[in-house]
Design a protein around this ligand. Sequence first.
Ligand SMILES: C[S@@+](CC[C@H](N)C(=O)[O-])C[C@H]1O[C@@H](n2cnc3c(N)ncnc32)[C@H](O)[C@@H]1O
Length: 509
Amino acid sequence: MSRDEQGAGRARDARRDARGRQRGEARAQGRAGRTTAAPARRARTSDPARAAAYDTLRAVAESEAYANLVLPPLLRERGLAGRDAAFATELAYGTLRLRGRYDAVLAQASSRPLDEVDPPVLDVLRLGAHQLLGMRVPAHAAVSETVGLARERVGAGAAQFVNAVLRRVAERPLEEWLTRVADAADPGGADTVARLAAVESHPAWVVRALRESLVGSGRPAAELAAALVADNAPPRVTLVARPGLVSSQELAEQSGAVPAGLAPTALVLSGGDPGDVPAVRDGLAGVQDEGSQLVTLAFVEAEVAGRDERWLDMCAGPGGKAALLGALAAQRGARLVANEVQPHRARLVRQALRAVPGEAVEEVRTGDARTVGELEPGAYDRVLLDAPCTGLGALRRRPESRWRRTPADLATLAALQRELLASAVAAVRPGGVVGYVTCSPHLAETQLVVLDAVRAAARAGTPVAVVDAAPVMARVAPAWEPVPGRQDVQLWPHVHGTDAMHLTLLRRS
Ligand SMILES: C[S@@+](CC[C@H](N)C(=O)[O-])C[C@H]1O[C@@H](n2cnc3c(N)ncnc32)[C@H](O)[C@@H]1O
């Protein structure tokens, strides 16, 4: 260890005591993750965009916060807009997504093991690594600004350590670091999972699960690297033109957005705040991933035998699919019941449905959808179950979630998914359709849940059969390419540019 680093270590230990107390005070006052320095002093002494990114990382680490809920209000509070806000966002979200890759780089650039580096100092180092290797920030600015941030937030001694480590990171371009990271993770050259996990910054269990999901959904395992790379890119902002409320053409004229490619309702916004688009403000349009639009459109397109009047969205919060369903119900003379277990999310559903004609919305209710099948057997012509899931198909959208999820979450969620799907099957009438949707491609949440539900439904005397979703999807999205041998739909970011949404259509007989 160098003299600088020994000094930094002593300063860090002293500071840890001090910051430990301060952090406790801050948390008690609901200010977790913020510096205790006065805002005016913060603004004077460090680049506000980098400081906002740092504070977001700390909130994520210390209070289990979601970056996409922490950062936007923080930017508003500190008056950061335009390029500064975009810089802070890319810095915070990119650093969180690529944390695994940067930790592998930093482990090689630091003379101290990373688990001996104070977490706040490690976050500063990660921010520096992302500026150097993931953004086009000139090396001198990346290092000096990050060292300035370190001096202000974690102390002068640690700033020297940050300076030493980041200078080492800056000595090599990204490609060279990735080769080194891959070789360190997989010295024998035979462990693809370990190699990809380190280089593409995913936990190894997620890499394995995605490989199984690719193969299980009929795609080649060779696409694994592309799937992981796609998780590391920020998603495009996609708008939905809710049919009958606003046309895609009108929305395009208002927003400058262009057709997304697959769903006829989907448009991609190239810049600006979607909240500034009049149709979005008025609820005629919304922000919704194209995959979420596709599965909703296909669910409504699937044929039911006979009457088609009463639709149920079992897990509706915050209401993206419910709003699209409501608009489609209004066009077809059907009525939607939207259910959500969490009251605050049910309120968001009401807000999302505000522009849908009243006669198309029977009710937005708060309740546990596991009881619907028992309380209202056979009461609906269509039931959408957009099930709570691990969200492994939306990792690009939730920057920190890959590091938070654990394989243990799967067992809990898969049990809930089975109960909800059994309830959905009981709630739909014979001849009616159930759409089972997840924003996860994990086979334990998709195919295995469906397989068990079909067997359980037969035992319960409410038999269901899987409907071939490929021709249905082809009707709503003419550019859709079906996967041979599969009757369900599995979307992928690297193939379709959407979240990795899953849809199985089932019909009650
Ligand atoms: C994947 S999200 C639904 C997203 C929504 N369909 C949309 O497009 O905006 C799953 C929702 O299910 C809700 N949920 C979880 N358990 C539930 C239950 N037992 N009954 C009803 N809703 C539940 C969660 O609160 C969450 O809002």
